[in-house]
Design a protein around this ligand. Structure first.
Ligand code: DLL
Length: 439
């Protein structure tokens, strides 16, 4: 049965707009942002001119298909500020995420953009039932990564009491949950399962704790993980989705109705396209999610190819929301790996390896899952001269690579130096990734 009762919080009421009203708002915002991008970002001026397109050519929402796509490579090629459409003085925050090679991609926000971001993150938490009575611990990293700050702002906007713990430090987190009466946790799903294991070892029964909600995202997770988390702790789990390029966590969030999430379409306009041809697909078809930021002023992104594979449905949800529903995201159309919530591309590791003397460009990344935590092993060949060298030389080489990966990508990887010629060669596309995690 459909739930028609709208929540009292004015922010959440935006989730229930009738579709004609929502679409009118989307169109009004689309026209404004397209004009803004064209007039203020040389990147878009060039891209529009190349297509012979003017902002006035966007006469209805369906005209969005006339706009050029944007890609991660556009951000990389125009690093760091090339897509910006406001003067630097209006930018109040920068974050960054993994690029496909050495440099990260940088994203900029105006004060208004941060407002929008906290609004949609807050709507996500409100959808999950968080109120100002809640005490929320943030277990996403506070860094260039958008997870920590994004969840923090959203929780503050709801009015919950926020504990900015950040990633890691599991034992301390267990203590905080117990001592401070934490009711809500935001972290990656794999980290939460790790937390459950640590709590058990410490003799802490999370079922008897005050914890009642968890908002998990930044990486794919399965129904089996959901069941394990809910049964093991008695909490209610909620999915939260987002990406740095578009904003950060809170582009979409899960309701109680069914698996998957609602996209906050009044700010982020979604399409599904065929990943091969780029052709827009009708509602209900599985394909690549493409997002347009309708009112992000510092760095507008038009038709951004997320590479996330999903499906959208527009029927009103059993929770009563009119917002489009997106299936849980379980896979991507590119080779980006997410290991412990950290994004990484094989090409990025390759670029780092090639900076190291004595390394040859034959490598593979082996991802495994021990319990709930992902592990990354980088197996890489060394030159024949080095391979015959002393153990201490090889050991310092291993350390050098490990440090580079830790500092540039932010992940502790096991480095295995292997004999020259031992990594399989291929005549076609080389397979650099062996992902042994269960899908
Ligand atoms: O992961 C933002 C975020 C932080 C979302 C905290 C949720 C919670 P990026 O580092 O730019 O941003 O990575 C974005 O992560 O394109 C998806 O492939 C994946 N992803 C994010 N949330 C989910 C989710 C943050 N709930 C990339 N389910 C995206 C599956 C997710 N995949």
């Amino acid at each position: 049965m459909e739930n028609t009762a709208k929540p009292s919080n004015p922010l959440s009421q935006k989730d229930f707009m009738e579709r004609p009203q929502l679409e009118a708002l989307q169109f009004e915002r689309l026209q404004k942002i397209v004009k803004h991008a064209y007039e203020h970002s040389p990147f878009y001026t060039k891209a529009f001119d190349a297509k012979g397109l003017k902002p006035e050519d966007i006469r209805c929402l369906a005209d969005i298909v006339k706009l050029p796509f944007t890609q991660k490579t556009d951000l990389r090629d125009n690093y760091p500020y090339g897509l910006n459409a406001v003067p630097r003085s209006e930018i109040v925050r920068l974050h960054a995420s993994s690029g496909t090679t050495g440099k990260p991609i940088v994203v900029s926000y105006t004060r208004g953009d941060l407002e929008t971001w906290s609004e949609t993150a807050a709507r996500c938490f409100l959808m999950g039932g968080v109120t100002e009575e809640d005490i929320a611990v943030i277990g996403y990293g506070y860094s260039l990564f958008t997870g920590g700050m994004g969840a923090h702002q959203g929780m503050e906007r709801v009015g919950a009491t926020v504990i900015p713990q950040g990633g890691g430090n599991t034992e301390k987190l267990c203590m905080l949950i117990q001592d401070l009466g934490v009711t809500t946790i935001c972290c990656t799903p794999s980290f939460f399962i790790h937390l459950m294991e640590v709590a058990e070892k410490l003799g802490i029964d999370l079922r008897k704790s005050t914890l009642r909600h968890g908002f998990f995202g930044a990486e794919p997770w399965t129904d089996e993980m959901r069941q394990r988390m809910e049964q093991g702790t008695g909490i209610k789990t909620h999915d939260i989705f987002g990406l740095s390029e578009i904003m950060g966590p809170g582009v979409a969030g899960g309701c109680d109705g069914r698996p998957g999430m609602h996209i906050f379409e009044d700010h982020y306009f979604p399409e599904i396209v065929d990943p091969q041809t780029g052709e827009q697909l009708p509602p209900g078809c599985e394909g690549e999610l493409v997002l347009t930021t309708l009112d992000k002023w510092a760095m507008p992104l038009l038709r951004y190819r997320t590479h996330d594979i999903t499906r959208l449905t527009y029927e009103r949800c059993s929770c009563g929301r009119t917002l489009v529903h997106m299936d849980p995201i379980r896979r991507r159309s590119d080779d980006m790996l997410i290991v412990r919530g950290v994004n990484l591309f094989p090409s990025q590791v390759e670029a780092l390896l090639l900076q190291v003397k004595g390394i040859v460009p034959h490598y593979e990344l082996v991802v495994t899952r021990e319990g709930a935590m992902d592990d990354l092993e980088v197996r890489v060949e060394v030159t024949p001269e080095l391979f015959g060298d002393q153990v201490s030389v090889l050991e310092s080489l291993r350390k050098e690579i490990s440090l580079k990966i830790k500092s540039m990508i932010g992940i502790n990887a096991k480095i295995t130096l292997v004999e020259p010629g031992s990594i399989a060669r291929s005549a076609g596309k080389t397979k650099h990734v062996i992902d042994k995690r269960q899908k």
